[in-house]
Design a protein around this ligand. Structure first.
Ligand code: TXA
Ligand code: MG
Length: 315
């Protein structure tokens, strides 16, 4: 079935409704096409990872349509606000401290205390975000390890069977991803060079901007999860129901007796959406001194889940 829709009022309404219902909408931005879902809907965000076949929960950029939406999600200082006024909408993404512990944003942030945000410079993207009434989390709309899409047809070729709606906006003007800058440190650091030049930033700020030497597509951020999510309680993984000890809070998967079930129907996408929230709950409960987690198959998002819980169980 052809998922590519022309941009008109009716199709925009369909796309916004799809976002509100937890579906996936590919949409054009000035950089590349994004694969979008409601940032506040963990199940929908998990579906993005599943559709892309991403092996880990890399944090995702939340796209907003007004500068006012920034302080709903993050704690922008005067430097961030000045940059936003100057360069938004545009191909520049900020890493900022998250506003507060809002567990609905845990998956989009991959458990990090920071959030990445940008306002895309594209009529269709802005209209979609506004009509959906929520920030839209979106990585590039391609399968993991393939080239980023700059036309609706690229998206259809790569993800046609996984996405609900592809809004067609022609070819992307910028065509490379946004420049990502870390604004949580004293110096501004570029984590990924992109659509906005370093010099342009330096001219505006009147100071040197540093360039991170990490792999731009593999920032150190996802690894920091390890620290962030090292639970305070001893955690064992791959624990089958018969192996569970009486002092363990038990997080299950599939049909079984347990304290919380990641997915009773053994759906790894549903499990991924629940994972961060359940790990928080397990840590907060006071009935058991330890945590045990049932085996999760290494299929679909199971690989990413196992990567995360392996870190969580690491002593
Ligand atoms: O131009 C773009 O930025 C496009 C369009 C769709 O907006 N999006 C995009 O997203 O390129 P994606 O997911 O393919 O790349 C975003 C990068 C990832 O490498 C991710 O690890 C990093 O940004 N990132 C996201 N949130 C982060 C955070 N809180 N801390 C550090 N890095 C982060
Ligand atoms: Mg990408």
């Amino acid at each position: 079935m052809n998922k590519i829709y022309d941009f008109n009022e009716q199709n925009l309404a369909l796309a916004a409704q799809t976002i509100q219902n937890g579906g996936l909408v590919a949409f054009p931005t000035e950089t590349v096409y994004g694969l979008g879902a409601d940032s506040f809907n963990a199940q929908a965000v998990a579906a993005i990872f599943a559709a892309k076949g991403r092996p880990t929960f890399n944090p995702l950029i939340s796209h907003i349509a007004e500068i006012d939406m920034l302080s709903d999600l993050a704690v922008p200082d005067s430097r961030a606000l000045a940059l936003a006024k100057k360069f938004w909408p545009g191909p520049l993404t900020f890493i900022l401290p998250r506003k507060e512990a809002n567990s609905a944003l845990d998956l989009v942030c991959a458990g990090l205390p920071n959030i990445s945000i940008r306002m895309p410079n594209h009529e269709i993207a802005l209209a979609l975000i506004k009509l959906s009434g929520t920030p839209i989390a979106a990585p590039s709309a391609n399968r993991s390890q393939t080239i980023s899409p700059t036309t609706a047809q690229h998206v259809a070729d790569s993800l046609g069977d996984k996405v609900d709606v592809i809004l067609d906006g022609g070819a992307c003007k910028v065509g490379v991803e946004s420049t990502i800058i870390d604004l949580t440190t004293k110096d501004v650091v570029i984590l990924r060079a992109g659509g906005l030049a370093k010099e342009t930033l330096e001219n505006f700020l009147g100071e040197k901007v540093l360039l991170s030497h990490g792999n731009p597509d593999l920032p150190t951020s996802p690894g920091q999860m390890l620290k962030h999510y090292a639970p305070k309680l001893i955690t064992r993984i791959n624990v089958t129901p018969d192996m569970r000890q009486p002092n363990e809070f038990y997080i299950g998967f599939g049909k079984m007796d347990c304290d919380l079930n990641l997915s009773s129907k053994s759906d790894t996408t549903e499990a991924a959406a629940n994972l961060f929230a359940y790990m928080h709950l397990a840590e907060q409960q006071t009935n058991y001194p330890q945590i045990a987690i049932a085996p999760i198959p290494d299929e679909g998002l199971g690989l990413a889940i196992n990567d995360r819980i392996r870190r969580a169980s690491y002593k």
